[in-house]
Design a protein around this ligand. Sequence first.
Ligand SMILES: [Zn+2]
Length: 252
Amino acid sequence: MRNGIEILQSSLLFPYSEVCHGFSTRTGGVSKGKFKSLNLGLTDGDLKNNIEKNHRRFCRELGFLPDKLVQLVQVHSNNVAVVTEPGIIPQTDALVTDVEDIFLSIKTADCAPLILFDSVRKVVGAIHAGWKGIVQNIISETINVMKRVYKTRSDHVLTVIGPAIHDCCYEVKSEVAGKFDVSEIIERNGKLYLNSVLAIKNRLIKSGLLLDNIHDIALCTSCNANKFFSYRRDRGQTGRLMTVIGLQRDEI
Ligand SMILES: [Zn+2]
């Protein structure tokens, strides 16, 4: 941790110095009140100035400038974009690239952020995986795009599942529960809870990924109020976490 900013990383990706990645936490920023403090979203109510400052701080910790980010206007779809330059992509929930020096980003506050790395073809991906995206097959769609565009082999893909709301807190209605396998739903005191991490793992495995190549950060956004924003816990009045993955330019 430097400057109060704590970024979570996965040991699964440590052997690959070409990969820059990180999951933000809420500490080390300048936003106040319910957005305290490292709000990296564009949510109503926070000051644009503060959000821009937070972006600069977070990106500086990861070693690049905010204008190298690829950002999404996320809509809980199964739309995947192949990108070659920074910018803002509308109506999309997953990104892939093999271009160096651009940084794919996902914004979340309970939905699971996923990052992917094809360690052979040197391709990175990022997925916004809420329940709607999961049931619309955003995960297999993204892996299929990697296969089609970059000749990725799924057994070469490493995936990290970032902080997300877990089955301790993720209560769902029966209509939602019915869209998932019974093994992915837990019943407690007459209420239904979604084990979204298991739902994600099951779909990654179905797409051909190896279990050893999947790492779950294993932290619940709703349970850890000091560390994370949580849409559910904070009843919609909250900031956004950011997840980033990119290929760093080779040092000369
Ligand atoms: Zn929880």
